[in-house]
Design a protein. Structure first.
Length: 278
């Protein structure tokens, strides 16, 4: 092999190596590019995965309480109480993980869509926990539960009567601070002389007393209304703002009359804002 052939072969070898290097370099670059594409694709997939969120159909609900005293012909009336609870509907993003709900009242549930009713008025923090791919994510929702109440109690009797019974309307026994607003209504039963026809010495009468009790004992009271009048219906409004009740305390209305004839089934309606713990 002469020098020219050797140089020709060497040039061919280097060209082959250069071509191979170019091929490898091209493959490497493509590989990097492919990796970048995959990485970007993974990033896109991650960005396309929905953000974990939680929601409720309405953050404010109102429970209802209906109290009725049933006259059984004696002074030991049966008290029937009906509760109608507001139902909240909660939802959370479904991404394939386990979803657990904590309603902060001792109740729990699982799943992306759940419903819950709170037994007592108040402010609640509802938490939903997602367990997905070894990660835990928590979202919280604040909800508020108010209370609307109405009561119908048995006929009132004169406090002068030997068999006179207490006429009590229970207002609240919920711990915390709340505002109560409502009214008491008394009506003449029509079985005796109309209030509007009575002489001034026999006018109709009602006394409304707000009482605070602690462990069953009256510790505070105030007279909201104590007057005579000559109408067959009387409505007494009341507002108690920012009333704070400790554990074991409750509020009630006591109704009394000094007139001989009965009042027919006094009624009351009131609204209690969600108690807060301050």
């Amino acid at each position: 092999m002469n020098t020219s052939e050797l140089e020709s072969n060497r040039d061919g070898f280097f060209q082959s190596q250069k071509a191979l290097s170019l091929v490898l370099l091209t493959v490497f670059i493509i590989g990097l590019g492919g990796g970048a594409i995959l990485a970007n694709g993974d990033s896109i997939l991650n960005s396309d995965r929905q953000i974990f969120e939680a929601d409720v159909d309405n953050a404010v609900g109102i429970n209802q309480m209906i109290l009725t005293e049933i006259d059984e012909g004696d002074n030991d009336e049966e008290v029937v109480i009906e509760h109608i609870l507001h139902e909240f509907n909660f939802s959370a993003t479904e991404r394939g993980g386990l979803l657990t709900w904590d309603f902060s009242d001792g109740s729990t549930a699982t799943g992306p869509e759940v419903s819950h009713a709170f037994q007592e008025p108040g402010e609640y923090i509802v938490k939903v926990t997602e367990s997905l791919d070894g990660k835990v994510t928590v979202r919280a929702i604040a909800v508020i539960v108010h209370l609307e109440s109405q009561a119908e109690v048995d006929n009132m009797e004169c406090v002068c009567a030997p068999t006179a019974k207490d006429t009590i309307i229970p207002l609240s026994e919920h711990d915390g601070t709340s505002t109560l607003e409502g009214f008491v209504r008394v009506e003449h039963d029509g079985s005796s002389e109309s209030c509007s026809l009575r002489n001034p010495l026999q006018e109709c009468h009602i006394r409304v007393i707000m009482q605070r009790l602690s462990n069953g004992e009256v510790v505070e009271e105030s007279v909201l209304f104590d007057e005579t009048f000559r109408s067959n219906e009387k409505v007494v409004d009341f507002v108690f703002e920012d009333i704070k009740l400790e554990q074991g305390e409750r509020l009630q209305l006591r109704l009394e009359t000094d007139q001989i004839r009965d009042w027919h089934k006094p009624t009351a309606e009131w609204f209690t804002s969600a108690p807060n713990a301050d």
